[in-house]
Each structure stands twice: as C-alpha cells, then as structure tokens.
Ligand binder design. Sequence first.
Ligand SMILES: [Zn+2]
Ligand SMILES: [Zn+2]
Length: 183
Amino acid sequence: MKNNPSDIWIDITDIPKEGLNLEVMKDASFFKIEEADFRIIKPVSIHCNITKVGDDIYLQGKISFTIETNCSRCVASFTLSGDTEFKVTYLPETLRPSDEEVELTRSDMDVSYYSNNRLNIILPVRDQIVLAIPIKPLCTPECAGLCPVCGQNLNIRRCSCDKSEEIDPRLSILKELKLKKKQ
Ligand SMILES: [Zn+2]
Ligand SMILES: [Zn+2]
C-alpha cells in the first residue's frame, strides 16, 4: 500500500467501543481522479461514524461535494453540488480474496481492506463521489442542447435551422407529446 501523505489514515486501535465520529473537510486535491470527465472544485465534507466489531470496521456517513463538469446535452461547463450517503465495511487484508476470486467481488464497492491496523478512508470516499455523479449530467433539467444542424447552443440563442427532417422517429413521440401539452 502506498503511504500517500494526503490520505486520511485511521488507526483502528483509536476507535473506542462507542464508535468514533469524524467530521472533516478535505481539499479537492486529495481526490485525484484520473481520466474523469469532472473536476472536484471545493473541499469535500465528510461526516462519518466508525465502529468496530471484532476485526470488522464499519464506516457510515455522508459526503458533500461540488464538481465542475460538462453538460451531456449542450457541452457547457457547469457546477454541480451533491450529497451522498455511504457505508463501507473494512475487513482485515488477510481476508482479501485471491486473484481468481477478485473478478467476482470487484463490483462490490462496499468492502475495503486494511492492514497494520490502519485504514484509509480517501479511496472509498472517492469511489462514492464517482458513483454519485450522474452518467449524463445536465446543466439544467430543461437544457435545450445543441442544434443538430448548426451546433448552436439553443439555451443561448435559437437558430433558424429546419430541424423537422432531423428528428429521430423515436423522438417524434416526444414531439407529439410536447405539442399536446401546449394545446
Ligand atoms: Zn446543457
Ligand atoms: Zn441550427
């Protein structure tokens, strides 16, 4: 395990019987996310409770974050704030599945492993932020997107292109619905 000074390490021997409450703000630079199509632009707030039952460590809490990303419809850059609840179970490194078993368990994001009585909470927090961001983020729910003919951002200005030919048959149902609404 890399000993990165920017990580948040918890020594499990410091966790009292009644659990440990952690409230931290961590600078965006702690959450380097490679190849992401968004950027964390404000400190991330992490509120969590850590409890220990035998060798199992349970982390439960809430993360608040602010990112900058591009709208999936009009490609404009915009800021998105969100909260996400999370729950992670840490098991001793010795219980980590072998390589053959990993394929089966990789999708299980809620389990992490610790060794030397220390656990790092940055990685699961980072994973939770990634999961909480919509796959197709929208600058506003009503974003009009780009004109498929001339590329004009229709939120800023309408264009005079004739888009009637361009409408996908699957979308024509939506168009009819919209027309009905207007009546
Ligand atoms: Zn947009
Ligand atoms: Zn146009």
